[in-house]
Design a protein around this ligand. Structure first.
Ligand code: ADP
Ligand code: MG
Length: 274
């Protein structure tokens, strides 16, 4: 898998819960890491599911993204090595982060806290080529911080009923962030998840998303697979849990597509050409 020409920071966002944000974050990150690329996952969901799946401690008291946002500790002090790969690091989320959504409101530069923490210098210290930010299922200040800190957005879309519901709101929020806070933000990647080939509906959703978003949508589609959902229970990614499974292989394919795009050109151009 090719290394990116420049470090890539990707926010994985969709305010709907259960669409595969965390699953896609940890498995794409693990696939890149398996191929020798150094990756940092920022767990920005107080549930700490990404931390769990990466085998990283996230009990209260663990140095976490919360203290990083408050500016109390450096990024490198919170970045822990994942049990799944020596190239994979995670800044965990503890339940303390649940309060941050409210505490941030009165803070100076409240939308820029994560961006400040992800400075070139801070990321050089950890030494990573990719940063993935796993967002909570809301469009609050934590997600805004993630959108301000990144150059790219990856939107997972579940091949299910109501898949596109809420997408308009997400895109208009991204547009707001782009016009006011981060002009270089780009929805570079859409990933179709939990595809069930037995249902007609899955194909309908797939076709609709592809005709609407064109080449932004990865060719790889992630199938619905029990192995994918079992892996986090063992503190593992599906790549570690069952490397030969369809779920694991499709995440490797998705990661390769992302890596190839990053090596081929600057963050992919937006479709409207602006
Ligand atoms: P989000 O982070 O968007 O809330 P998750 O990644 O946690 O979503 O996924 C929601 C649930 O669906 C989890 O229980 C997860 O294990 C399961 N899941 C995600 N992707 C798949 C898949 N491809 N096949 C089966 N189950 C999946
Ligand atoms: Mg999640």
């Amino acid at each position: 898998m090719p290394r990116p020409r420049h470090r890539r920071i990707m926010t994985v966002a969709n305010q709907k819960g259960g669409v595969g944000k965390t699953t896609s974050t940890v498995n794409i990150a693990a696939a890149l890491a398996m191929h020798g690329i150094r990756v940092l996952v920022i767990d920005l969901d107080p549930q700490g599911n990404a931390s769990t799946a990466l085998g990283v401690e996230h009990r209260v008291g663990t140095p976490s993204v919360y203290e990083v946002l408050l500016g109390e500790i450096r990024l490198s002090e919170a970045a822990a090595q994942s049990t799944s790969s020596p190239n994979l690091f995670c800044v965990p989320a503890t339940i303390d982060l649940a309060g941050a959504e409210i505490e941030l409101v009165t803070m100076v530069a409240r939308e820029n806290r994560l961006k400040q923490a992800l400075s070139d210098q801070a990321l050089d210290e950890v030494g990573v080529d990719y940063v993935f930010i796993d967002c909570p299922p809301s469009l609050g200040l934590l997600t805004v911080n993630a959108l301000v800190a990144a150059a790219e957005v990856l939107i997972p879309i579940q091949c299910e009923y109501y898949a596109l519901e809420g997408l308009g709101q997400l895109l208009s929020n991204i547009e707001l962030v782009r016009s006011h806070l981060n002009t270089s933000l780009d929805v570079s990647t859409i990933l179709l998840t939990m595809y069930d080939g037995r249902t007609k509906l899955a194909d309908q959703v797939t076709n609709e998303v592809r005709s609407h978003f064109g080449p932004t949508v990865l060719r790889t589609v992630i199938p619905r697979s029990v192995k994918v959902s079992e892996a986090p229970g063992f503190g593992q990614t599906v790549l570690g849990y069952d490397p030969g499974s369809r779920g694991s292989m499709s995440y490797v394919d998705a990661a390769r597509e992302i890596a190839e795009r990053g090596a081929a050109h600057e963050p992919p151009r937006r479709r409207d050409g602006r």
